[in-house]
Design a protein around this ligand. Sequence first.
Ligand code: ME8
Length: 500
Amino acid sequence: MTEQKNLLITTPIYYVNGSPHIGHAYTSIVCDFFTRFYRQHGVETFFLTGTDEHGQKVAQSAEQEGADPITFCDRNSALFRNLADRLHVGYDDFIRTTEPRHKEFVVRMWQKFEERGWIYKGTYNGWYSVRDEAFYDESEIKDGKAPSGAPVEWKEEESYFFKLSAFTEALLEWYEKCPEFVSPSGRLNELKAFVKGGLTDLSISRCTFSWGIPIPDTNHVIYVWLDALFNYQSALDTPEKFETFWTNSRVMHVMGKDIMRFHAVYWPAFLAALECTPETLSVAAIEKACHNMRIVTHGWWLSEGEKMSKSLGNTIDPCELIEKYGADYVRYFLLREPSFGFDGNFTKEGFINRITGELINNIGNLCQRTFTMTHKNCGSVVPTVKVSHPLLEQDPRVEMLELMKEYKINQAIEAVLSYASKANEFVQESKPWALFKAGDQAKGEEVMFILLSAIFAIKEAIAPVLPEFHARISEVFGNQSFAAGVKLNPLPKVFEQVAA
Ligand code: ME8
């Protein structure tokens, strides 16, 4: 990936067939974290999210409620948007695939495929899973189910096809050439095995229901994944935005491991197909389309050690969690708990332990006592002193930046915690309360200066995780940069206790 300044970060666009759960909240929080983090480091970032509203699954869910599909989509899309807002997920655009800007764009892409000879008409005979909105090869079906465990049904219907089979070799060459295209690296092997099995042409239209983007002059609608993937471009709806955040930008598509195949096989193929014809296809077309793109996959959230499902009744409602604990705590636990890329386990006990042990007792305690002592002993002002100390030399953000090269989010948070622990140890060692009590004002002020500076560094480093905490502590510093003489505002409660 070249060192371009701009960056497009995307979440998957979520299906609106149900209400959002903790998994959706997670991906959005991760993308918001990335966005805030890279912006801190001067990268111009555009953060895109939205909802995926067409297809059989959504149509069926609307029908079950006896609702008109667009009314159903309007209502459920708003739930996703609302969740993002409540979590302080600061997207720059929220795209809905039912918007005219998107539908028009996708039809134009379809026409380009046709002009370049990528589409032909045939009949689809094979397995389909409505839950996954995916076609599966016979060899992938085990015990009558898709690899994801979703039920499948046999389909025979007229369909337009995309010549995906032409991409087998070129894609394999691309994965060899750019192994960092997909992360974590272990998932690339899974992908290679799938492609090595030989790609078959992809059915890209449906004619047995109508809830989709109509293909002009036919009775077909566009297959929901072809429709959905192009949201990443259709949302960049002015030439300037497209130029800045696609053509001259790095692109980070963040998602759960469940939909890697669509992003690391179909999406590069679609993009490359816009650059060439089946006769001129080579790895160069994929490279041209994807050299600045990364498919960043994360693991799966379990609930108390089990797969979340409506039937087990163990799904976690992110809105209830926000209501009970506030957005910062939810963001913190989700970002801190799993090794990024791998599965995470949501347990009530784990949640309470992390919040209490790491936020309240470590960072919270440091802030609480430092501010209290500054108000009491230093006239509520950052003291003017000349002092040197390792805590003043160190900035946790430097270590975070290094860890984030491999998306090690949880370790990046650990770097801030370890810095806060050092600051707390320094309090214990230097005993500023005793210095003030003994009348050693100068020494006491030196200690307070070091601690206030450490708190300032912590609130900056942790800002991408805890935006509310960042705002509260910034307010204490009068929303100013750190400097001697800055007057401190009264201290609000740093962190609320968590009740079981
Ligand atoms: O797949 N753990 O939408 P979707 C972690 N519309 N992440 C989870 C999760 C869990 N238990 N459950 C869901 C679609 N997710 C398509 C995408 S993109 C062009 C089209 C997250 O509503 C995770 O990011 O089924 C996963 O990839 C996504 O939600 C699936 O969302």
